[in-house]
Design a protein around this ligand. Structure first.
Ligand code: UT7
Length: 321
């Protein structure tokens, strides 16, 4: 059978790292509050010269180098972002141009924090149906540009960054590597709980992020546990067989609560929210790259991705490396 096999991972972070203590100098907050409620200790913030496309391009180059593939061999780029360089063209096309692999497919996916899961699932479908042979799936964000720095309930939570993976369409055995299953969901009824209060067709401005965090938290724990169960049922794989969960990094307490609901030990959860904060669509591939590069995630491992974000949107994917 044809599967989308992961060849390599990569990531990129802005140069500037801002600690909670530094943030507390300009926002009415404290290191204690942020650590206790979220697990976040620092975040990276893009400078004027760092954009979603420059971070995405750096992460894509890193992923190609890790995979040992020439960027020219990429014929599909799907970039998940809610903070594109421009309203159009798609940031993916700018990454494609920077990598020098023009002519293939390149487009953006907008599902906010679940964007990487949506992009992965679409890439998997295009690879399996033969429309492309080798894909870069990227999550990249500069959320610092849409934060209201006067709103302490949101501005302390987010950071900037990019993560990328290379997927290759390969003929593999039933028990071989590749994306095994994905499930995606959306429910537009909850827009007001997490949204940006601007846009090209409404205000004509970029807008700022607004979130009712406590309500989002409650939905996240329930939706994530449900979608993880769906993927396990689809594949007939039990939760004990999972080697690693690579979750969207919004809040350390959500990671713990979701793992507990599935009876998974917290040692199997890759946690990077402490160092990256919430980087929206970038958080899953950034965390994956950390787990792969520090040697915890190994070839043959069963790895579950999951995410939930504005919309609401949520999803999960299971891969064998
Ligand atoms: O990535 C997309 C998905 N997003 C999420 O999954 C986010 C989910 N939500 C969360 O992670 C949490 O709800 C938050 C971290 C956003 C907030 O934690 P919480 O425990 O739900 O706190 P809260 O919003 O209920 O606020 C508790 C208190 C409030 O004070 P009062 O009203 O109890 O006096 C807030 O004003 O904490 C106060 N507060 C702060 N204090 C210091 C809120 N933000 C801050 C802050 N520093 N930055």
């Amino acid at each position: 059978m044809i599967r989308s096999v992961l060849l390599g991972t990569g990531s990129a972070l802005p140069k500037t790292c801002v600690s909670n203590a530094e943030l507390a100098e300009r926002v009415d907050t404290s290191d204690e509050w942020i650590v206790e409620r979220t697990g976040i200790r620092q975040r990276y913030i893009a400078s004027e010269h760092e954009t979603t496309s420059t971070l995405a391009t750096a992460a894509a180059r890193d992923a190609c180098a890790s995979a040992g593939v020439d960027p020219a061999s990429i014929d599909l780029i799907i970039l998940a972002t809610a903070t594109p360089d421009n309203t159009f063209p798609a940031t993916a096309t700018q990454v494609q141009h920077a990598l020098g692999c023009g002519g293939g497919i390149a487009f953006d996916v907008q599902a906010v924090c679940s964007g990487f899961l949506y992009a992965l699932s679409v890439a998997d479908s295009l690879l399996k149906t033969g429309q492309a042979k080798r894909a870069l799936v990227i999550g990249a964000e500069t959320f610092s540009r849409i934060l209201d720095w006067e709103d302490r309930t949101t501005c302390v939570l987010f950071g900037d960054g990019a993560g990328a993976i290379v997927l290759d369409a390969q003929e593999v055995a039933e028990d071989g590597p590749g994306v095994l299953a994905s499930r995606l969901h959306a429910d537009g009824a909850h827009k007001e709980l997490l949204y940006v209060d601007g846009g090209p067709s409404t205000t004509g401005t970029v807008g700022k992020l607004r979130m009712r965090g406590r309500e989002v938290f409650r939905h996240a724990v329930v939706n994530l546990a449900d979608v993880l169960k769906e993927v396990l049922e689809d594949t007939g794989i039990s939760s004990e067989e999972i080697d690693w969960i690579v979750p969207h990094q919004a809040n350390a307490r959500i990671l713990t609560a979701t793992a507990r609901k599935l009876d998974l030990p917290s040692e199997k959860v890759i946690v990077t929210v402490d160092r990256h904060a919430n980087t929206s669509a970038a958080s899953v591939p950034l965390a994956l790259d950390v787990g792969v590069k520090d040697g915890r995630i190994q070839p043959g491992d069963l790895v579950m991705f999951e995410a939930m974000g504005g919309g609401f949107t949520w999803g999960a994917s299971l891969l064998r490396l």
